[in-house]
Design a protein around this ligand. Structure first.
Ligand SMILES: NC(=O)c1ccc[n+]([C@@H]2O[C@H](COP(=O)([O-])OP(=O)(O)OC[C@H]3O[C@@H](n4cnc5c(N)ncnc54)[C@H](OP(=O)(O)O)[C@@H]3O)[C@@H](O)[C@H]2O)c1
Length: 303
């Protein structure tokens, strides 16, 4: 089997490519950077092509060269606040919507499976219950979420053999993620302020990558929510767990999202219901606290 994975220089794509290589399949990876991340460098069955996604001709050539059986589209504009800036909006759409459209058409023409990575940000975050995978009460609060939702729509428009997989609150080796931000913020301090009214499920990208590889290898098409298991937690609760696991005596001062000034609005509830995965025979991910512990242990080897 041959896989084309976009965004292998990013947090999730790197782990997805690594997981697939561990399963003995051939992986063509793309990213904007001139070379792949260290963990993929020189790996057997792996080749890397620097590619600007908005270059339609380049994207088509890359697809033809790879001749994949499956495409896993991890690449995306992910800078949520920058996406709000007027001067960036057209580019954000090109990356998140138009490049997805090109890929979806290519996959449709060649009967190739496409797995599109999406986000909890397609929802408005004001629901009392966790969002089910098939919930269509979309209400993105920001440009990033709106363009990811459009990406979902073009995938559904062009394909029957597709997976839309929404992840949330991810952390992994190659990301400027919440865990890293908290550890930086707490360095040399006795307290940090963290919002306590945003709720979700932190998810280690290594764990997510395993399930993404399982889904992509299946014929169980459709839309899934994919997060770790365990109780939903607030950002403040997540920060407390990070400091506890690291043995740091840092106090978390709870604050409200409305106290923070940011360009993009963020959903308060990122609680995703992942039961559709289990119903379709996929194995539930470990508890997020378990993923966090492993991440904190493993990051010491590469920082
Ligand atoms: N992080 C989260 O908490 C979170 C939550 C929900 C959903 N997601 C989704 O998960 C997926 C992966 O996100 P991530 O956390 O891995 O993000 P990331 O670390 O920011 O990685 C983004 C990837 O996209 C590539 N990329 C961005 N713009 C590009 C362009 N114009 N042309 C070519 N490549 C481009 C980047 O390439 P370079 O690095 O080489 O520039 C990088 O490989 C995305 O679809 C995102 O929407 C993430």
């Amino acid at each position: 089997m041959k896989y084309l994975v976009t965004g292998v220089t990013g947090q999730l794509g790197a782990d997805v490519a690594e997981e697939l290589l561990g399963r003995g399949v051939v992986v063509f990876g793309t990213g904007r950077k001139s070379s792949p991340p260290q963990s993929l460098f020189g790996r057997i069955n792996f080749s890397y092509t620097p590619l600007e996604l908005t270059d339609e001709t380049g994207l088509k050539k890359c697809f033809e060269k790879a001749a994949p059986d499956v495409v896993i589209h991890c690449a995306s504009w992910t800078a949520v606040d920058d996406a709000e800036k007027e001067e960036n909006r057209e580019e954000v759409r090109k990356v998140n919507v138009e490049s997805t459209r090109v890929l979806a058409k290519l996959c449709g023409d060649k009967q190739v499976k496409l797995l599109y990575i999406s986000t909890d940000y397609v929802f408005g975050g004001d629901a009392d219950e966790p969002y089910s995978a098939d919930c269509t009460d979309f209400a993105p609060l920001n440009v990033y979420g709106a363009t990811k939702l459009e990406g979902e729509s073009v995938v559904r428009e062009f394909l029957t053999k597709y997976f839309v997989v929404r992840v949330a609150w991810t952390f992994g080796r190659y990301g400027n993620n919440f865990v890293e931000k908290m550890l930086r913020a707490a360095a040399g301090r006795t307290s940090v302020s963290v919002v306590d009214d945003q709720f979700g499920t932190p998810t280690y990208t290594r764990d997510a990558a395993k399930l993404i590889a399982d889904i992509a290898a299946s014929e169980k098409y459709g839309t899934y929510n994919l997060t770790a298991s365990g109780e939903f937690v607030s950002r403040a609760g997540f920060a407390e767990e990070i400091f506890r696991a690291e043995g740091m005596s840092v106090k978390v001062e709870p604050v409200k999202t409305s106290d923070f000034k940011s360009l993009a609005k963020r959903p308060l509830s990122s609680r995703l219901d992942t039961s559709k995965l289990v119903k379709n025979g996929f194995e539930e991910l470990p508890d997020w606290k378990d993923g966090l512990k492993r991440y904190l242990g493993e990051r010491k080897n590469y920082i």
